[in-house]
Design a protein around this ligand. Structure first.
Ligand code: C5P
Length: 234
């Protein structure tokens, strides 16, 4: 498996997105992009098609979480967009994740990678206990959710890079860890809690890092992207 950097395109419109992507026009490495709720809800499925036409790989990060039948049908619709990766919340249960996989798998041809969110990287142990009444330590919750995702047949999980090692230990090296919560050593953490640097994410064993603001809000986004690639991939 080839490690890669995924840029989180958390923009409010197609216009902002393409202004950003134009900066990468001469970049030899075409960035793998993540389209999240903000952009997808603003622009609809057409934004996915347009970005695909430009030749980018796409992680469609809509984090589905509903009853199994609804998720299955929604995934069948998303499957037609022919993205490279999409996701659900592991908290939706093994049955929901199995349904998602069924909905995503076309009768013929390949399906996108399907991964599950374990615990959001903005969640802390304390919030989990106080607000969600989950008393188990956060690491145990993450490993259990990852094992559930594996049992359901998914390809991997979204987790903090700090958790990538223990997820691989519990679920195998081939089980993917896609990790947001990445910051440069000299950068701003913002609302993320369980963070680390691209270089450390690589050492711990992340397969993909998802990087938003450290690239999109940088003075020079292309230089910030290159710095991530140099630290994480090369
Ligand atoms: O700007 P920043 O690098 O914090 O962006 C991280 C991206 O990863 C955001 O799009 C966020 O929604 C997403 N994400 C996350 N934590 C998760 C799952 C997704 O930060 N557990």
């Amino acid at each position: 498996m080839q490690r890669d950097v995924i840029i989180a395109c958390d923009f409010k419109s197609a216009e902002d997105t393409f202004r950003f992507l134009d900066l990468f026009r001469n970049e030899p490495r075409k960035p793998f992009l993540k389209i999240g709720m903000e952009l997808f809800y603003a622009e609809g499925p057409e934004i996915v098609r347009e970005i695909k036409r430009r030749g980018h790989r796409i992680f469609l990060d809509l984090k589905l979480h509903d009853i199994p039948n609804t998720v299955k049908k929604a995934m069948a619709v998303l499957s037609r967009l022919d993205v490279d990766m999409c996701n659900v919340h592991a908290a939706g249960t093994v049955e929901m994740m199995k349904a998602a996989l069924e909905g995503l798998t076309p009768a013929a041809g390949t399906r996108p990678l399907l991964i599950a969110v374990t615990q959001l990287t903005s969640t802390s142990d304390e919030r989990m206990q106080r607000e969600l009444l989950i008393d188990a330590p956060i690491n145990d919750v993450i490993v259990k959710y990852a094992q559930n995702a594996r049992e359901a047949g998914l390809d991997g999980v979204v987790c903090s890079p700090l958790e990538a090692g223990m997820v691989h230990e519990a679920c195998g090296r081939e089980f993917l860890t896609v990790t947001p919560g990445v910051r440069f050593a000299d950068g701003d953490v913002a609302d993320q809690v369980r963070v680390t640097t691209p270089a450390r994410a690589r050492e711990i064993g992340s397969d993909y890092i998802v990087v938003g603001r450290p690239i999109t809000a940088a003075d020079d986004p292309v230089a910030a992207y290159r710095r991530c690639v140099a630290e994480f991939c090369d």
